[in-house]
Design a protein around this ligand. Structure first.
Ligand SMILES: C[S@@+](CC[C@H](N)C(=O)[O-])C[C@H]1O[C@@H](n2cnc3c(N)ncnc32)[C@H](O)[C@@H]1O
Length: 256
């Protein structure tokens, strides 16, 4: 393969990724957002969570996309809240967009199946069923608890200091390192820590090409200087190849 062909093929793979999004935050239009999300069960694995840990906790999912984490966490007596720039749209519009995006994404994934690990879903059909379950539960939960789905544009969040016990952030930071610069990453992580009492977990720690986030050591240094305990923790979840680690950030305990 010539260098040009190799680079075209890399571009093609990038453009067919499941989480391919526009980052055009100005003039945001619904058609530029991919409204897709993971299930509660996927979140539990990617964040090494047990249902016991959820009980009684206020948990922020940021950005929540079309995830079913909140809808199911509520059943385990957690108090979840989801935030995403997409939530400024009507629920009916998001529902239509969510199902369209699943159809479109599954077609796009067909030629690049080899860059994923299929142990969990088995096939594109299996993946489609899970993504459909996620958006269906998410939309039903939005209709029941619309005030728990808050529209906001990161790196700003409309919440008070330490409002949540735990904050989870999946498939956004590090994933879009090709378009969100290091300042955006640092500001967003600081904002997530501001609204969280104790702990922030971010999954995965790699970018879209499966490489560890290239500013990870610098980010860890900044966080450790502020007294946080930061670790890269292996998880039992891997769909994008090499995306099997989360970043766990524990804030300093001020009463110690
Ligand atoms: C790939 S989805 C991830 C959703 C979910 N966390 C998951 O793991 O499936 C990325 C989400 O980030 C949202 N998003 C992108 N840029 C954002 C920003 N600056 N502020 C808030 N949300 C943003 C998009 O609307 C989209 O729903």
């Amino acid at each position: 393969m010539s260098r040009d062909e190799e680079s075209n093929s890399r571009e093609e793979k990038k453009n067919h990724r499941e989480d391919q999004q526009s980052n055009d935050s100005e003039g945001l239009e619904l058609k530029r957002i991919v409204f897709i999300g993971r299930t509660f069960e996927e979140y539990m694995k990617m964040f090494n969570l047990t249902v016991k840990e959820l009980t009684g906790k206020s948990i922020l999912d940021c950005p929540g996309g079309a995830c079913s984490f909140s809808s199911q966490a509520r059943k385990w007596s957690a108090d979840p809240m989801a935030v995403d720039m997409a939530y400024k749209y009507e629920i009916d519009e998001l529902e239509i967009k969510g199902f369209q995006d699943i159809e479109h994404t599954m077609k796009q994934m067909e030629p690049v199946q080899g860059i994923y690990v299929w142990d969990q879903f088995g096939s594109i059909q299996g993946l489609k069923e899970e993504r459909t379950r996620a958006v269906t539960d998410c939309i039903a939960d939005m209709r029941m608890f619309p005030e728990r789905y808050v529209a906001s544009m990161l790196p700003e969040l409309p919440f008070s200091d330490e409002q949540f016990d735990l904050t989870l952030s999946a498939h956004f930071l590090f994933t879009y390192a090709d378009r969100l610069d290091v300042d955006f990453h640092v500001s967003t992580v600081m904002e997530l820590l501001r609204v969280t009492k104790r702990e922030v977990r971010i999954f995965p720690t790699v970018d879209m090409s499966g490489e560890r986030y290239k500013h990870m050591d610098g980010l860890k240094f900044i966080l450790e200087e502020r007294g946080c305990i930061v670790s890269e923790e292996p998880t039992s979840y891997e769909f994008q190849r090499n995306a099997h680690t989360m970043l766990q950030i524990v804030k300093p305990n001020r009463t110690r």
